[in-house]
Ligand binder design. Sequence first.
Ligand code: IMP
Ligand code: MG
Length: 178
Amino acid sequence: MTDPKLRVLIPADKIQARIRQLGEQISGDYPEGDLHFICILKGACFFMTDLARAMARDVAIDFMGISTYGKGKTSSGEVKVTKDLDILLEGADVLIVEDIVDSGVTLNYLVHLLEQRRPKSIRIAALLDKPERRLRPVHVSYVGFQIPDKFVVGYGLDYAERYRNLDAVCVLEDGPPE
Ligand code: IMP
Ligand code: MG
């Protein structure tokens, strides 16, 4: 895509190489048992499908829709589940797969919610992490890349539903409005 507003931050080959490493690491960390990947819609779907294919073992996959209100400067922390899981988590190792951890509001809420479903364990894998922006504590076990406090799009991440299908992570130079 030749959009003048986009500057490549992480090229496609670097993303894919890092995901292969993460797949190896996560496969080694879960040598046996039921492992469930939970993809947080919509942004994480590209990362989740590539990560699942980088795994050296079987994984179950499921999807969850979440919307967060009052984000950014006025984070109200109000989170709503818009699509719930189809599979039960009881006794399973759960890996929440997210595109980016920003304020931490979404994942902080989600971990507490899913803990009530009695999984054996819960960890988080996020392709991107903006640690400077954290408002709520979140422990991310597997991070693809730490990035500065810039608004990024591509590889699942959107601005107003655009740019998700870019194969690289790009900085949107003159957006979005705060
Ligand atoms: P958090 O609750 O603030 O951690 O929200 C994380 C969610 O905000 C992510 O799943 C994204 O949907 C969205 N988000 C945060 N930062 C960005 C960004 O730079 N670009 C696109 N979406 C973002
Ligand atoms: Mg998201």
